[in-house]
Design a protein around this ligand. Structure first.
Ligand SMILES: [Zn+2]
Ligand SMILES: [Zn+2]
Length: 279
């Protein structure tokens, strides 16, 4: 691997278990060429838990990342980013201006508005509640998820799309819907067209695998093949919340990409975006 990268790592500034410095040391140890920090960004009124960064903490986060960038510039290229949350009815929570960052990841972690808001990546019970609130129509919940993702990708010119099919997080064993059925893949394709129009890069996110197993690799094989065929740019990210997981499932994923005839990966450098042949 000529370039080894992850632009999606968390730290103790949000729900990560290690400091930014520890993440840098782990990345250097594992031979990374680039490391992008993407703590969960502040989300204003939605801030109910400690898993998200507080707005007041952004200055310290930025200073620390920039200091590490300087201190380790001979060993690794470090970039400053955030993972921004999107909400139905409101869009992306930009408490911190994107101009402050090298990049951002657009992600959805919840659906619904007000008292009907539920996380989509926590328990199956909350997914059940979301479906019940949609009069039992799981397809409607799925449709709303991808509609929000696609429309916000365009609206925000999102550089990176986070865990594109995280709506399946609680769908292990096809508990709620069948991810191989046409209605589902048609909805995903509509979203992928918007992502293509936005010019966003879609991450292959291995962070779910370490926590929940291979069925939580984002995206699924079917969606990855779709993105490949649509020539949408891809990047490999670990979404690591612990230093030890900074390159979890990377070797397997590199092999998988070769098997799937995925030939290129996109990286972000201090000079901009580059797409390279995997080699
Ligand atoms: Zn996320
Ligand atoms: Zn994340």
């Amino acid at each position: 691997m000529k370039y080894k990268t992850s632009y999606h790592v968390h730290t103790t500034y949000c729900d990560g278990k290690n400091t930014a410095h520890e993440m840098v040391l782990a990345a250097i140890d594992k031979g990374f060429t680039h490391l992008g920090f993407a703590s969960h960004g502040p989300v204003g009124v939605h801030h109910t838990e400690d898993m998200l960064m507080k707005k007041e903490a952004f200055g310290a986060y930025k200073n620390e990342v920039l200091r590490l960038q300087q201190d380790y510039k001979d060993k690794i290229e470090i970039l400053l980013g955030l993972e921004y949350d999107c909400y139905e009815g409101e869009g992306m929570a930009k408490e911190i201006a994107p101009e402050e960052l090298d990049f951002f990841i657009l992600s959805i972690h919840s659906l619904g508005v007000g008292k009907d808001k539920r996380p989509i990546d926590c328990s199956a019970k909350e997914m059940e509640e979301l479906i019940a609130l949609a009069d039992g129509d799981v397809r409607e919940v799925v449709r709303r998820y991808y509609a929000l993702l696609g429309s916000q990708a365009i609206k925000e010119s999102a550089p990176i799309i986070g865990h594109i099919d995280i709506i399946k997080k609680n769908n292990v064993g096809n508990k709620f819907f069948n991810e191989k059925e046409n209605w589902y893949l048609d909805i995903v394709e509509q979203c992928a067209k918007q992502i293509k129009q936005a010019g966003s890069v879609v991450e292959i996110n291995t962070g779910g695998v370490v926590r929940y197993g291979k069925e939580c690799l984002y995206p699924s094989d079917e969606i990855l093949e779709m993105l490949r065929d649509m020539k949408i740019d891809l990047m490999l990210n670990s979404d690591a919340h612990k230093a030890e997981n900074i390159d979890f499932y990377y070797e397997e994923m590199m092999q998988k990409m070769k098997d799937m005839h995925i030939k290129n990966l996109t990286i972000r450098t201090k000079d901009g975006w580059e797409t390279h042949e995997i080699g």
